[in-house]
Design a protein around this ligand. Structure first.
Ligand code: FES
Ligand SMILES: [Fe+2]
Length: 381
């Protein structure tokens, strides 16, 4: 798992008048809204004696610990210690990490890392969100598979024919052969475009909305953004486009929450939402059936333990990019973390750690950096 990316923490509608606990990157966080409705994300471990702030209450602009009532504001600073007289000094170390937080696309995004604002990778865009002529549905999935395995699956055009019942017409005679993929560089990832034969059942249904007699080819665009986001754009015809965005959040090793936003420019009646959600859930279930059975559970440490082909080229590219982000010193040292499990409470470093050293919790161990953090985007070939 990697620090220094934005992660979807929760749906906005689920964070109202109580603190909400969220687990991400193997650590615990608390989300809460202040009196102005602004949402904050703090490390969940109280600096007094380690209670879970998510089990506490909202006190004005602060979250109050359930154990002895210490209160922390949105910056993570302790402002009140009820057991002390009002004149008593609050220790400077009584401070938890506070993470940059913003609301977009109906989700709460948190930047889990210490990079200054200008160096942070951006949130993956959902350009058509709330635009005229577009309608969206959102689904949140929780799965016991690793997010990297899921991203690899999304970048793999060859699986559609075998995993999905609705994607390709198997009756058309010959197997779908993946052409050499021409990878397109984006700032924080790559994508490809591919044409796929449409299933006959879909042709029938599409005839009316497409305005085309035989929408026999689907144009598919798929790409990843950062370590844990991807998108799939499906374009049977310009009159019917689906833009699916997957914000995957590693909960811990082998556990993933997937926030899915699916936009469409046809079938805009709210009554059609149910059908879209049904279809997306069906497809996700089909993918999950395979992903849950993959061994090893995590990416193999060496490609030699697999037999990769040309059709896996985009996935291989993603693996190479992960190595670059690891070389920047952004990857959590999971072995070290596991060694200290139950003995040490850690925090993901927040940007304020670069300003002061006086903190209670250690930051999560990271694999050593091998290059400078100035070359974090995708290098043009
Ligand atoms: S542990 Fe939080 S106030 Fe004591
Ligand atoms: Fe799939």
């Amino acid at each position: 798992m990697y620090i220094n990316f934005w992660y979807a923490a929760e749906q906005s509608e689920n964070v109202t008048d109580k603190p909400v606990g969220v687990r991400m990157l193997g650590q615990d966080f608390v989300l809460f809204r202040d009196t102005a409705g602004v949402v904050h994300c703090l490390s969940n471990v109280c600096t007094h004696r380690g209670a879970s702030l998510a089990g506490g209450t909202i006190e004005g602009d602060c979250v109050g610990c359930p154990y002895h009532g210490w209160q922390y504001n949105g910056e993570g600073r302790c402002t009140t210690i009820p057991a002390l007289e009002k004149t008593a000094k609050i220790p400077k170390r009584a401070r938890v990490d506070s993470y940059p937080t913003t609301e977009r696309y109906g989700l709460i995004f948190t930047f889990l890392g210490d990079l200054p604002e200008e160096e942070r990778p951006p949130i993956m865009e959902c350009s058509e969100w709330e635009q005229d002529g577009w309608r969206s549905t959102t689904i949140v999935f929780e799965w016991d598979f690793d997010y990297k395995r899921s991203i690899e699956n999304a970048l793999d055009p060859a699986h559609n024919e075998f995993v999905h019942t609705t994607h390709i017409d198997k009756k058309k005679g010959k197997p779908f052969q993946v052409p050499p993929l021409d990878l397109i560089d984006h700032e924080w990832g790559t994508s490809f475009h591919i044409e796929m034969p449409a299933p006959a059942m879909f042709e029938e249904k599409m005839r009316d909305v497409s305005g085309r007699d035989k929408p026999s080819i689907f144009h598919i665009y798929a790409g990843y953004h950062g370590v844990s986001n991807f998108w799939t754009f499906i374009e049977p015809t310009p009159k019917f486009i689906r833009r699916q965005h997957f914000y995957e959040t590693p909960v811990e090793i082998g556990k993933t929450r997937i926030f899915t936003i699916d936009l469409r420019n046809n079938m805009l009646d709210p009554k059609d939402d149910e059908r879209m959600v049904y279809m997306d859930t069906l497809v996700m279930d089909e993918d999950a059936k395979v992903l849950l059975g993959l061994r090893p559970v995590l990416q193999p440490t060496r490609n030699i333990r697999e037999n990769l082909t040309q059709a896996d080229s985009h996935m291989v590219h993603y693996r190479e990019r992960l190595k670059d982000w690891e070389a920047l010193g952004w990857r959590i040292d999971q072995d070290e973390l596991d060694r200290n499990r139950d003995k040490v409470a850690y925090a993901i470093p927040s940007p304020a750690r670069r300003m002061s050293k006086n903190w209670t919790l250690d930051t999560v161990p990271l694999l050593p950096a091998k290059m400078k953090a100035t070359i974090s985007k995708v290098a043009k070939n």
